[in-house]
Design a protein. Structure first.
Lengths: 152, 302
């Protein structure tokens, strides 16, 4: 039986393909990157089979290239995601995401009594090295865990 | 330390902590000095805290300094909607140092980033209160002769009590053993226990307040606050379990001293007050000397 590779989400000529998004995080990724307000051609597929994790999602955004800051944001919700840069139907660059040690202006502190939730202040966290994602607020010193994480 | 803000007890190294403690003893020996003669210190209390404010103001006046400021937010421009940033920017142009108490957590760190003069955190919400910790350390050193190798018992609200968290972090420089006595609802949070584990510091947890205190060098009492309990019945159940009575001190060590950050409600029975092991009122007095040492060190005057 021949292996026929069929694209479930049609190819783009130029732009970015975001691959290896856990399926349940797809809409989070879309909202973080403001794709719901983006006018470009966007196609996506979800609940696709994945070898790495049960079900994955993929997003293809034509004629758009993301900034480092966007990748950092995505790292917090989909650390396995891959940003593939497409030019003339070819993948010219594969960028993995990684959570920076200092997270500036990306996440919201979960503590309602934190000064950052009460005045106009850029949030700052340090990444705690433990199993799950946990961010320690530079200001109130409280720890925002994955379950309470909100991306700005 | 000179010109550095004191926001969190973790901002000071072991050596710096010891330096403050030694200087506090020097100020206690000679409390009236003119070190702050040409200085203006701002005392900004965005929420009332009479005890802490009077302690700071006494320290400043004994050193000959002058004070500007306010004792609660209603008499500041915060009521007009001024941001903390603007208040700090303005005051740091007037004063040589700012002592600040604020109800929001992280406000002191933020103020230290906006200010051109050093900030001393006099409490930022439930977060940090480092001058309390330094006066606790001074009290421990003064009564035990050392900070090393002590068995420290902490009793009461260990979950929300910022004083016990900061004291735990500061004491961890000095090879302690900790015993935690609290109701299940108010146990020491995991993050502090994990942190102690990572430093190899032994600790034991108990839910009953019994004769295990016979091993204690320091008994640090805290208030169990009703507002911490979702169910008022739960509070009623525990509120009288963690009360220290004079009779419980019978078999304790001679060097044991009882500390409490005050105010106390009913967690230390008044019959303890006459016991020579009761130390909480002297502890409050030590706060003035500790704060003199902190102010002088930060202004580079001692």
């Amino acid at each position: 039986m021949g292996k026929k590779k069929e694209l479930r989400v049609s190819a783009i000529q130029n732009g970015t393909v975001i691959d290896h998004i856990p399926a349940e995080r797809l809409f989070k990724v879309i909202s973080i990157l403001n794709l719901d307000k983006c006018e470009n051609l966007i196609t996506f597929g979800t609940n696709l089979g994945s070898n790495r994790f049960g079900k994955k999602a993929i997003v293809k955004v034509a004629d758009k290239f993301f900034e480092e800051k966007d990748l950092d944001k995505i790292a917090l919700v989909a650390p396995e995601a891959r940003f593939n840069i497409i030019r003339d139907y070819d993948v010219v660059e594969k960028r993995e995401v990684s959570i920076p040690e200092e997270i500036v202006g990306i996440a919201k502190c979960f503590n309602p009594k934190c000064i950052t939730n009460n005045e106009h202040i850029t949030t700052r966290f340090s990444l705690l090295v433990s199993g799950d994602i946990a961010l320690k607020c530079h200001y109130c010193e409280k720890i925002t865990t994955k379950d309470h994480l909100e991306i700005l | 330390m000179k010109n550095r803000s004191l926001v969190s007890i973790n901002d000071f190294t072991k050596e710096e902590i010891l330096q403050i403690v030694d200087r506090a003893a020097m100020f206690e020996a000679k409390p009236n000095q003119d070190l702050l003669k040409d200085k203006v210190i701002a005392s900004l209390f965005f929420e009332p805290s009479t005890r802490t404010r009077l302690s700071f103001e006494t320290a400043i006046r004994r050193l000959g300094g002058r004070i500007i400021g306010f004792s609660d937010a209603s008499s500041s421009s915060t009521t007009k909607g001024e941001t903390l940033k603007d208040t700090i920017k303005m005051v740091s142009n007037y004063a040589d140092m700012i002592v600040m108490r604020h109800p929001l957590e992280g406000s002191a760190r933020y103020a230290s980033e906006q200010s051109s003069v050093p900030i001393i955190n006099a409490g930022d919400g439930a977060n940090q209160h480092p001058t309390q910790t330094l006066l606790d350390l001074y009290s421990i050193k003064k009564t035990q002769g050392t900070l090393e190798n002590l068995n420290v018992f902490m009793v009461g609200d260990l979950k929300y009590g910022r004083t016990v968290h900061s004291l735990l972090q500061a004491m961890s420089h000095f090879n302690p053993v900790f015993n935690f006595i609290s109701p299940d609802e108010l146990k020491m949070p995991d993050e502090y226990k994990l942190w102690l584990d990572s430093k190899g510091i032994p600790f034991y947890e108990h839910s009953e307040f019994t004769d295990i205190i016979s091993r204690a060098d320091i008994l640090y009492m805290t208030r169990v606050q009703q507002e911490r309990f979702a169910d008022p019945l739960e509070y009623e159940k525990v509120k009288n379990v963690y009360v220290l009575r004079n009779s419980m001190l019978k078999n304790t060590k001679d060097n044991l001293r009882i500390l409490h950050p005050l105010p106390r409600v009913n967690e230390i029975s008044t019959d303890v007050d006459e016991n020579p092991k009761a130390y909480y009122f002297q502890q409050a007095e030590n706060g003035v000397y500790a704060r003199m040492a902190i102010i002088a060190s930060i202004l580079g005057l001692a």
